[in-house]
Design a protein around this ligand. Structure first.
Ligand code: 5GP
Ligand code: ZN
Length: 114
């Protein structure tokens, strides 16, 4: 996807602060952190949002989820806890149209989600 900022990060056309990468996913720090630790986990396959998932692309999201504990541990927040968020569409404030999981932690998060 030519104009997708996360595809550009995946293709190393723009830099990011990578915390984990393999052939299926990439994880990097959010450029505008909303918590002490805020990273994104991004399946490398371009899928706009949860609404566009199919059986095949769901596999990459499942794989991304399976890697959350390992990535959280590497960030030192596995046991202290963290919040996972996936925004879908306008009302949720999704700004990047490439499905991604937010991981937020590093200190006590607000109890209210919204
Ligand atoms: P969304 O609002 O779509 O759920 O989340 C998009 C996230 O991507 C935002 O938290 C935003 O700060 C982050 N973001 C947008 N552009 C870049 C970028 O170029 N680099 C990094 N590291 N994060 C980005
Ligand atoms: Zn993309």
């Amino acid at each position: 996807m030519q104009d997708c900022i996360f595809c550009k990060i995946i293709n190393k056309q723009i830099p990011s602060n990578i915390v984990y990468e393999d052939e299926k996913i990439i994880s990097f720090y959010d450029v505008n952190p909303m918590a002490d630790i805020h990273v994104l986990i991004v399946p490398k396959v371009h899928v706009e949002s949860i609404n566009e998932l199919n059986e095949s692309t769901l596999e990459s999201v499942k794989y991304a989820f399976s890697k959350i504990p390992e990535i959280a541990e590497s960030l030192g927040i596995k046991d202290s806890g963290y919040r996972t968020i996936i925004n879908t569409g306008k009302d949720a404030g999704q700004t990047v149209k490439h499905l991604h999981i937010h991981i937020l932690g590093g200190s006590k998060l607000p109890e209210k989600l919204v």
